[in-house]
Write a protein that binds this ligand. Structure first.
Ligand SMILES: [Zn+2]
Length: 170
């Protein structure tokens, strides 16, 4: 394996210990609740969820669970409780959900990644990764920052498809 790639793998392990380097700008995912699967979106104007609870209260256990799981990567205040929300029940449910990460599958996101030298922009859409701010990515289809995101979002995203996977087999 080429030594620069080994270094990048090592660096991504270190970066993954500092999730606060990541800030999600947008996020779209499927969240398997107890009864149904819902679509949760984080956009410039905030969170939304396709579940009935969110339609009524503007907050739901799915988003509350995500706020817990992604906390260092959000940099935004948690949603306020809704007037008619059953807070005790939803807090309990969101805590249980946050311990069951297999409920989540990410469809797409854009995120800023604060590297040691500069800020990177990482995008992911239906299994396709991009890191246009990385020269290494342009050549190899992989980067330290993408490998870090893979670690942080393990099980929620598909692994990056390298341009030249034979490098890994040497
Ligand atoms: Zn919801």
């Amino acid at each position: 394996m080429d030594s620069s790639l080994i270094n990048k793998i090592q660096k991504s392990k270190e970066y993954a210990m500092e999730p606060e380097r990541v800030t999600f700008h947008t996020l779209e995912l499927e969240f398997k609740g107890d009864n149904d699967t819902y679509t949760v979106i984080l956009a410039a104007d905030g969170w939304s969820c396709s579940c009935p609870g969110f339609q009524m209260n503007g907050i739901c256990p799915h988003i509350m669970a995500l706020e817990k799981m992604l906390k260092p990567m959000l940099k935004r205040d948690p949603l306020p409780y809704g007037g008619n929300q059953n807070i005790v029940s939803d807090v309990k449910k969101s805590k249980r959900y946050s311990e069951e990460p297999e409920r989540i599958r990410i469809i797409s996101f854009t995120a800023a990644f604060r590297g040691d030298n500069k800020e990177h922009l990482i995008t992911y859409h239906n299994g396709v990764w991009d890191n246009q701010t990385s020269a290494y990515f342009a050549q190899h289809g992989i980067s330290t920052h993408i490998m870090t995101m893979e670690r942080l979002l393990k099980g929620w995203v598909e692994p990056v498809k390298m341009l030249r996977p034979e490098v890994l087999e040497d």
